[in-house]
Design a protein around this ligand. Structure first.
Ligand code: UDP
Length: 447
């Protein structure tokens, strides 16, 4: 796998590490559990990270130097040639040969395109987010995605052997906004780790969370609203704060009986000032004592938050998928989410939660109150949320991916055979079908 930015050895929830990091780690683990050898190449973004990390059995992460640590996403394109050259050097030194590349985010797609041509192997790409979609749903304070990203995405779409979309909406965006070929797009949703994210007793979870010291002040007798995610304007945590403000202003909740917990850290250039902006907003609305900010948590701490929450808010302005909504539902917590992108295929409106216009804080407040004020409805939604989340699992996603990998390898081999078996590549020419199918079709190794 290639994931140039967002180092998979870093814990998610802050900086560039979010849903894509979780996806790459969990998917790699499930693929390896099915017998594939998975090497993940990423850009070295810290001098301390070891060159090679064994993430899970069968999954190795290799750090490739290219540019200084701490580069922003916007600075990385200039270092892609160096990254590609160093990666090629490393792979040649290792003497490994891969059967397929799965790249993540457009930056990696650009590298995958070159490697795939050079090695004569297919590449499958997952975008995770798309520049044009971000620009359309741009929140205040969010920068416009640059032309080089939009052009880069278009090239990846044209050159990838297959594209994985996380939800039907992403498929439509790829077709409508990028004129992608429908046949090359495969909808394979991410999963959720049900052994980590599972329902618990809400009262006990509130007591446990309050006594863990993670939150200042107790939670007893309080209704808990929860936001989890990287803090940047696109994620809409301000909508959650405003929604709580409405509920208090309307007299539906008294300040003493409510708390909004915001878990996560600043992310990206646009997110650098987001924690301070959110804190100011809470102060301006007189909510400083009801909004509690908690630093990004390791994933295995998050179930305690989801289980303690009466409702989880996911007010993103754009979202390709929205793992947080799925994790909350797997923990039996109803979700009030923006009706955008993948969130529309996770939250079943009126059943597992509600979908609301992004940014419409009053509408969010109304829906949150609907859940808080009707205990039987909330309990039923929680049950349906758990039930709905069982449609998603990393194991199932990995099975679907392996089918796609196998299909891509076979398709390229057949196409190469038609062209007299020779795949043009600067490094190696080989008879594709024999070389690839000989050791890959059942269990491709993924680079
Ligand atoms: N996350 C985490 N710790 C935090 C906040 C978030 O581990 O403090 C994880 C969360 O569990 C989820 C991911 O980060 O799996 C966020 O994914 P999502 O798809 O919701 O948003 P993205 O980061 O892709 O925009």
């Amino acid at each position: 796998m290639l994931v140039v930015h967002s180092n998979p050895v870093v814990e998610p929830g802050v900086g560039d590490a979010g849903g894509m990091t979780v996806y790459v780690r969990q998917m790699a683990r499930s693929l390896a559990a099915r017998g594939l050898d998975v090497d993940i190449y990423t850009r070295r973004d810290s001098a301390e990270t070891p060159d090679v990390t064994s993430l899970f059995p069968g999954v190795v992460v290799r750090q490739i130097p290219a540019g200084a640590p701490g580069l922003s996403k916007g600075e990385i394109p200039a270092y892609l040639p160096e990254f590609t050259a160093n990666l090629l050097h490393e792979v040649e030194a290792l003497g490994v040969r891969y059967d397929l590349i799965h790249s993540h985010y457009w930056l990696s797609g650009r590298v995958a395109s070159i490697l795939s041509a050079r090695w004569g192997i297919p590449f499958v790409h997952t975008f995770h987010t798309l520049g044009r979609v971000k620009n359309e749903g741009r929140a205040n304070g969010e920068p416009v995605e640059p032309d080089c990203r939009l052009r880069g995405e278009a090239r990846v779409i044209a050159e990838a052997n297959a594209i994985v979309a996380s939800a039907p909406d992403e498929r439509e965006w790829l077709i409508d906004l990028y004129a992608a070929h429908p046949e090359r797009i495969h909808v394979i949703p991410p999963g959720v780790d049900h052994s980590t994210f599972r329902p618990g007793d809400r009262k006990a979870a509130k007591v446990a969370l309050a006594s863990s010291g993670a939150l200042s002040g107790g939670l007893s007798g309080k209704r808990v609203l929860l936001f989890v995610g990287r803090l940047q304007p696109l994620k809409g945590a301000d909508t959650a704060i405003e929604a709580l403000g409405h509920l208090i202003a309307w007299g539906r909740l008294r300040k003493e009986e409510a708390v909004l917990v915001i878990v996560g850290g600043a992310s990206g250039v646009a997110g650098a000032s987001e924690p301070a902006r959110l804190q100011r907003l809470a102060e301006d609305l007189g909510l400083a004592d009801v909004v509690r900010f908690v630093a990004a948590q390791p994933q295995n701490e998050l179930p305690g938050y989801y289980q303690a929450a009466d409702v989880c808010l996911v007010p993103s302005h754009a979202e390709s998928f929205g793992l947080v909504a799925l994790e909350a539902q797997a923990c039996g917590t109803p979700v009030v989410a923006a009706g955008v992108g993948g969130l529309r295929s996770i939250v079943r409106h009126g059943q597992t939660g509600f979908l609301v216009q992004p940014g419409a804080s009053a509408a969010f407040a109304e829906r949150v109150w609907r859940i808080l004020s009707d205990q039987p409805l909330a309990a039923n939604m929680g049950r349906l949320a758990v039930c709905g989340s069982s449609d998603f699992s990393w194991e199932r996603s990995a099975d679907e991916l392996i089918d796609l990998y196998t299909h891509s390898v076979r398709q390229l081999a057949e196409a190469s055979e038609v062209q007299r078996g020779v795949v043009a590549g600067a490094g190696r020419n080989f008879t594709a079908r024999e070389e690839i199918s000989g050791h890959t079709l059942d269990a491709p190794g993924v680079g």
